[in-house]
Design a protein around this ligand. Structure first.
Ligand code: FES
Ligand SMILES: [Fe+2]
Length: 342
């Protein structure tokens, strides 16, 4: 059902506080919290006594206490106190998750904990690079994560879904180039000598003709980085010189909650006007509004998908990126299924 043995962004860094927080990842209910010293704990969200979600409990120092009968677990998940008896029973164990904090996100490892290796956290180096500014948020969307991947790998929808901000007709007219290997897909689109749409003319501080690019990069399990920007037309951006332009990376980390719901972590990292904090939050709010428009589309689409199990999603040329990404995901799922059958 879900891709295992991957790090998933479970939350933004600012979302995890010194209090139990529940989040289901790939169908697994998890409770996580930040210890007093800032380190993180992540356990299965289920008390081994009578199975109450531990996220309903509270912290006593850095220990998590179950709200029902007070079983107390230390920051490593070991039961250290139980009511009405001497000592603790050794079989009262909770599952723990490898957890890490990097690039402004909290990550948990879904799969075999022995295989958790922090060097496998997706490379989002821009997000913690002082030369770039990064801000964003989390949306809970009632759709399968692959519908979000489809959406982000085919930006032709911007023309119709986001006409007042980033959409423009040239997007659907410009050809795309899709290349893939067994782990990733890249879809590239260049629109040369066009009028900048409102979002980009404001950031370029110019209404002059521009060259605009959109480079969507999918990687496993369900991450899409989109290199976007505009430069004054004919100044060499397509050949690699972006000095007369502005660049952003739209960060999209899709963490499946269930088959039909997703924790969508999004944001934009940029390398222009990096000292303008007001701009940082105007961009975040603008993006929030754009992704609200996507949310409406995706949830409506998911409802129809569920109501019509006999109908397939059909593909056009514009869907090349999503089709490649789905193939890569399916390949890993097939590999998992055959390993499980052995
Ligand atoms: S259910 Fe947690 S202590 Fe009883
Ligand atoms: Fe969109």
């Amino acid at each position: 059902m879900f891709l295992r043995d991957f790090w998933y962004a479970v939350a933004w860094d600012f979302e995890v506080k010194h209090a139990p927080m529940a989040r289901t990842v790939c169908g697994e209910p998890v409770v996580l919290y930040r210890q007093t010293n800032g380190a993180l704990s992540a356990f299965e969200d289920c008390c081994p006594h009578r199975l109450l979600p531990l996220s309903m409990g509270y912290l006593k120092g850095d220990h998590l206490v179950c709200r029902y009968h007070g079983l107390e677990f230390d920051e490593g998940g070991k039961c250290v106190w139980m009511p009405g008896q001497e000592g603790v029973r050794k079989d009262m164990l909770i599952g723990t998750y490898p957890v890490a904090e990097k690039y402004r996100f909290v990550w948990i490892w879904i799969g075999d904990p022995q295989r958790a290796d922090e060097s496998k956290i997706p490379d989002l180096h821009w997000c913690s690079d002082p030369n770039w500014i990064f801000e964003g948020s989390t949306y809970h969307i009632k759709c399968n994560y692959q519908l979000l991947v489809d959406n982000l790998m085919d930006l032709s929808h911007e023309t119709y879904v986001h006409p007042s901000s980033i959409g423009q007709h040239e997007i659907v007219e410009a050809p795309i180039k899709a290349v893939s290997d067994e782990n990733s897909v890249t879809v590239t689109r260049w629109m040369l000598n066009i009028d900048p749409p409102p979002f980009w003319s404001a950031n370029l501080k110019s209404q002059q003709k521009c060259d605009r690019w959109q480079i969507c990069m999918f990687s496993l399990p369900a991450n899409v980085m989109i290199d976007v920007g505009v430069a004054l037309a004919g100044t060499g951006a397509a050949e690699g010189d972006r000095s007369k332009g502005v660049t952003g990376i739209v960060v999209n980390l899709m963490t499946p909650e269930t088959e039909t719901s997703t924790w969508y972590h999004w944001g934009m990292v940029r390398n222009f006007q990096t000292d303008d904090r007001g701009l940082t939050f105007r961009i975040r709010d603008g993006q929030a509004a754009v992704f609200e428009e996507d949310t409406q589309i995706l949830e409506s689409q998911q409802r129809n998908v569920l109501q019509r199990p006999d109908r397939d999603l059909r593909n056009l040329k514009i869907d090349a990126g999503g089709v490649h990404a789905r193939r890569i995901i399916q390949h890993v799922l097939d590999r998992q299924a055959s390993a499980a059958a052995r």
